[in-house]
Design a protein around this ligand. Structure first.
Ligand SMILES: CCc1cc(N2CCCCCC2)n2ncc(-c3ccc(F)cc3)c2n1
Length: 255
């Protein structure tokens, strides 16, 4: 059984298949590097912030699609540890986006049983940003639908270094033996504690780099790249990514 998109006319079965997501092998956890917002604006002679605003609409659209496809976890790379190097005016604008997002979409997230989480160094964010995010986390904490996880002030190397520091402190405090340290234990010290690892990592705008995103967690993820700029990312592109994932995961009856 697959989720059909009735509004699209299909030339033939093959064409139809390209516009459907089969229920088998749906990726449990999809992570997205939402790249291309500035380029989207530049192509239109608009200021960069116009690309960020349009990109925020694309965020809610991809949440709706992930919900429809019964994806369990959707992680969105919203702000990296490197993004602090951007002009102050742009960083200030970006730091107001979480609050704007929830002002517009929190009612819909609640109605759709979505739970909001974040990964990254939360403390360094401005108070107004933290307040908006803490409020959304609190209001959605008992929801058991899609886990919408925003990577905020996140870096893969920061994630690993802060985890190593915590493990080292446990060993130093005689609360942990070196021999007990393995992958499974280490996972519990990362920002993504308790979360499934990404099955599919999508990056938009044509760049084919991971840019310090979930370095440990994506060790076994399928990567899918598209030239589409993030503000233009829609359900049709999302289906293309999931279909590509499903093609790679086809067992042809084998285990
Ligand atoms: C903090 C920078 C930033 C940028 C941004 N853009 C701009 C660049 C990336 C593309 C998407 C639109 N969005 N879109 C939603 C959020 C958001 C983050 C956390 C949260 F809890 C709720 C919403 C967001 N955050």
């Amino acid at each position: 059984m697959s989720i059909k998109l009735p509004f699209l006319r299909f030339k033939d079965k093959q064409e139809q298949e390209k516009n459907e997501v089969k229920e088998k092998n749906i990726p449990d956890h999809v992570a997205i590097i939402m790249d291309g917002n500035g380029r989207w604006a530049k192509k239109r002679g608009l200021p960069r912030v116009a690309g960020h605003k349009e990109g925020m609409e694309a965020v809610q659209n991809v949440v709706r699609s992930a919900n429809k496809f019964h994806i369990s976890t959707l992680t969105l790379f919203a702000f990296s540890t490197e993004n602090w190097q951007r002009p102050k005016s742009e960083v200030d604008f970006l730091m107001r986006m979480p609050s704007q997002f929830f002002q517009k979409y929190l009612p819909e997230l609640l109605e759709k049983n979505v739970r909001v989480e974040t990964i990254g160094d939360f403390d360094r964010l401005p108070e107004h940003t933290k307040k908006a995010v803490v409020n959304a986390k609190e209001q959605t904490k008992n929801n058991d639908g899609l886990l919408l996880n925003f990577a905020l002030n996140y870096g893969g190397r920061l994630d690993i270094v802060q985890a190593v520091r915590k493990v080292a402190a446990e060993v130093e405090g005689k609360r942990l033996l070196v021999e007990e340290i393995d992958d499974q234990l280490f996972n519990d010290y990362l920002f993504t504690k308790g979360m499934a690892e990404p099955d599919l990592l999508i990056r938009t705008s044509g760049e084919k780099r991971i840019s310090n995103f979930m370095l440990w967690q994506c060790a076994y993820s399928e990567f899918w790249f598209t030239d589409v700029l993030w503000p233009d990312f829609d359900e049709k592109v999302f289906i293309e990514a999931i279909n590509a994932y499903q093609q790679r995961k086809r067992r042809f009856g084998t285990v």
